[in-house]
Structure formats: structure tokens, C-alpha cells
Design a binder for this molecule. Structure first.
Ligand code: FNR
Length: 378
């Protein structure tokens, strides 16, 4: 299969993965309206072409929390990444590192903090969910600190899990799920050999290290369901600040008032995000939510954004709408599932070259030049 564009990796991932995993990645909440809007709204934004402006010495570099990124992209936290490729978190972290951008390890990764952080030359980012078991949260933060993690991404848009109906059909959950998964694995022998057999342990590495016993996929679903905390409020976040002195990013902001509260709380960054359309179906796409949030808090906090980004052009659009940096979710996971570390590195090269073309032809020599003037009204 020929991969020439970042979006080609989706079909490649679908071929590589058993359906329960592909649909777990690809799907969204309820009727998946927000999932579709995330991409459609972004693609509908017209870039403005400008010419003859001497675009030599163009720079994509991005300063964030004392670090310089080669381009305004970080890899988003994605749970169970080690099920999509053998020791997938390690492969993705190496790819991000080689391309000069951060990798964020999810709370519910397969590989534990201690397996992933040492493979990177730059500090890893770690994502934490708000969970009822505060002992786990404290334990995870201590381990992250010990492993040299600098930046904490605190995800706040999952006080309850969204309704993912696709998972019930595909075998991720629902009736005869375990049976369906075995059958699907048998029909994908390459995945079964590479990841299913040789990618073990299929633990939730961060959680089993805390509980002192191995975990598996059923535990993931059960543990998550039982541990999300709907009682959480800004006040509860204060104790996390006591444990975490480094940069703290609040992920899952979609409203300007919440963005202002994040500034008041003392967050160093926010991620404008609807969790890739996996939580509250029907909410605004990130591209539509971003301008009002940038109006409210630009300059007071680093604004990052995800949900729907599928190309270097989309990154340029998000920066022009007011973001300082972007996160890739499914886009990098598809590449990882299809071709491992090499796939993610190739994907990031494609993003980089697409951004270069887009910036050259919008007349933006650096990220600072990318603003609403780079967009056309349609
Ligand atoms: C996620 N996301 C996510 N976010 C988070 O904070 N912790 C997590 O463990 C996960 N897990 C996860 C699994 C899968 C399969 C997906 C697709 C997403 C959300 C993720 O970080 C990001 O917000 C979205 O993926 C962004 O949307 P796009 O780029 O996938 O459209």
C-alpha cells in the first residue's frame, strides 16, 4: 500500500489491526457528530495565499515551557498504545524524540513510565486522569518525577467515560467480546504474532505497578469505569499543585470561561480539546471553540489544541486560529499501527513538509506570523 499523505495511514491501520482495536481508535461518542465536525470544520477553513514575499529562512520552531520544539506538534496521550504496535509507547516516544517533539504517556498506557521515559533524550510528558483513587495519582506523580518527566498533562474532560457505541459492536466491550477478540486476532496473524504474542505483557503498566498485580484488557475497562471521579472541581486540583512544581497543562478545555479558570488556577498551558469527539457528542469542534478561547486567554497561558488534526495544513490552521502548539491523536496512532516507529517518523516528516509549503504560500516566516490574517473569509 502506497503512503503518500498523512491521511493514508488510516486505511493502512485498518488493514493491520483487529477490528476491535481499529474501531476503538477510530470511533467517537454517541452518533459521532463531534468526531466528524472536528475534521470538517477544520478543513473548511480557507488559507490565504500570499506571493513574492521572500520566504527564505522559514522557521517552524516552537518555544514551549523552556524547550524548543522542531515544529508546533506534540504526540497526545493515547491509552493502550502498546496494543496497536509492539511496545507501542516506546516506539512512538522514540519517533517523537527523533523528530524533536514531545511525547505524552497516557495514564492507561501499556508500557509503564519507567519503560518509556529512559528511551527519550528529551523529557517525557505524562498525562494524568482525575481518579477516585488519589493514592494512585500521588504514586503516579512520584514515579513520573523520579523518571525525569517535566510536564504534566492533566486531563479533565473525563469525569465519566463517554458512550462509545462502536466498541460494543466491535468486540472491545459488550456480548461475547473476548470471543470476538480471539477470532479477530486469528484473522490478523501479523498483529497476533507481533503484538499479541511478542508485545507482552499487555498490562496497564502504570496501574499494575501501583496495585502490585498484573492487569489486562478487562481490567482496563472495569478499572476505568469504577475510577473516574464525577465529583471533581477546581479546588481538588490544588493538592496536585503541591506534588507537581513543573509545568502543568489542563487538557479538555472547550469554553472561554473554563480557560479563564485554568489561568486563575495557575495552569501553565491548556489543551483546547473535546477528546477527539470521544466524550460529549454534539459539542463544538476544537477549531470552532479555539478563537474565543484565544481571545480570552492568549498570552496568559500556552494554548495547545487537538481534535481533528490530520495534516500539516491543519496544524497551520490551528496556529492561525490562536494556538501556540498542537497535539496529534489518531493521526499518529494510525501511522504507528501501520508501520511502527518508522511510520510515525515518516508521518511527522510529511507534517513538516506540508507546514513548510503552507507557511511559504501564506507568507508566514515563523509561527509568530501565523494569525487570522493568514486565513480567508469564505
Ligand atoms: C485518546 N485520548 C486520550 N486522552 C487522554 O488524555 N488520555 C488518554 O488515555 C486518551 N486515550 C485515547 C485513546 C484513543 C484511542 C484516542 C483516539 C484518544 C484523546 C487524545 O489525547 C486526543 O485528545 C484526541 O485523540 C485528539 O483528537 P484526534 O487528533 O484523535 O482527532
Amino acid at each position: 500500500m502506497i503512503i503518500s499523505a498523512p491521511t493514508d495511514y488510516r486505511a493502512a491501520a485498518q488493514r493491520a489491526l483487529p477490528p476491535f482495536l481499529f474501531h476503538y481508535i477510530d470511533g467517537g461518542a454517541n452518533q459521532e457528530h463531534t468526531l466528524s465536525r472536528n475534521c470538517e470544520d477544520l478543513q473548511a477553513i480557507a488559507l490565504k495565499q500570499r506571493v513574492l514575499r521572500n520566504m527564505e529562512d522559514l522557521s517552524l520552531s516552537c518555544d514551549l515551557f523552556g524547550d524548543t520544539l522542531s515544529m508546533p506538534i506534540a504526540l497526545a496521550p493515547v491509552g493502550l498504545t502498546g496494543m496497536y504496535a509492539r511496545r507501542g509507547e516506546v516506539q512512538a516516544a522514540r519517533a517523537a524524540d527523533n523528530k524533536g517533539i514531545p511525547f505524552t504517556l497516557s495514564t492507561v498506557s501499556v508500557c509503564p513510565i519507567e519503560e518509556v521515559a529512559p528511551v527519550m533524550a528529551r523529557p517525557m510528558w505524562f498525562q494524568l486522569y482525575v481518579l477516585k483513587d488519589r493514592g494512585f495519582m500521588k504514586h503516579a506523580l512520584e514515579r513520573a518525577k523520579a523518571a525525569g518527566v517535566t510536564t504534566l498533562v492533566f486531563t479533565v474532560d473525563m469525569p465519566v467515560p463517554g458512550a462509545r457505541y462502536r466498541d460494543r459492536h466491535s468486540g472491545m466491550s459488550g456480548d461475547y467480546a473476548a470471543l470476538k477478540r480471539v477470532w479477530q486476532a486469528a484473522c490478523h496473524p501479523k498483529w497476533a504474532w507481533d503484538v499479541g504474542l511478542n508485545g507482552k505483557p499487555h498490562d496497564l503498566g502504570n496501574i499494575s505497578a501501583y496495585r502490585g498485580e498484573p492487569t489486562q484488557l478487562e481490567d482496563y475497562i472495569g478499572w476505568l469505569g469504577a475510577n473516574f471521579d464525577p465529583s471533581i472541581s477546581w479546588k481538588d486540583l490544588e493538592w496536585i499543585r503541591e506534588f507537581w512544581q513543573g509545568p502543568m497543562i489542563i487538557k479538555g478545555i472547550l469554553d472561554p470561561e473554563d480557560a479563564k479558570d485554568a489561568v486563575k488556577f495557575g495552569a501553565d498551558g491548556i489543551v483546547v480539546s473535546n477528546h477527539g469527539g470521544r466524550q460529549l457528542d454534539g459539542v463544538l469542534s476544537s477549531a470552532k471553540a479555539l478563537p474565543a478561547i484565544a481571545d480570552a486567554v492568549k498570552g496568559e497561558v500556552k494554548i495547545m489544541v487537538d481534535s481533528g488534526i490530520r495534516s500539516g495544513l491543519d496544524v497551520v490552521r490551528m496556529i492561525a486560529l490562536g494556538a501556540d502548539c498542537t497535539l496529534l491523536g489518531r493521526s499518529f496512532i494510525y501511522a504507528l499501527a501501520a508501520q511502527g516507529q518508522a511510520g510515525v517518523e515518516h508521518l511527522l516528516s510529511l507534517y513538516e513538509s506540508e507546514m513548510r509549503v503552507a507557511m511559504t504560500l501564506t507568507g508566514a516566516k515563523s509561527l509568530a506570523d501565523l494569525n487570522l490574517d493568514a486565513l480567508s473569509q469564505i
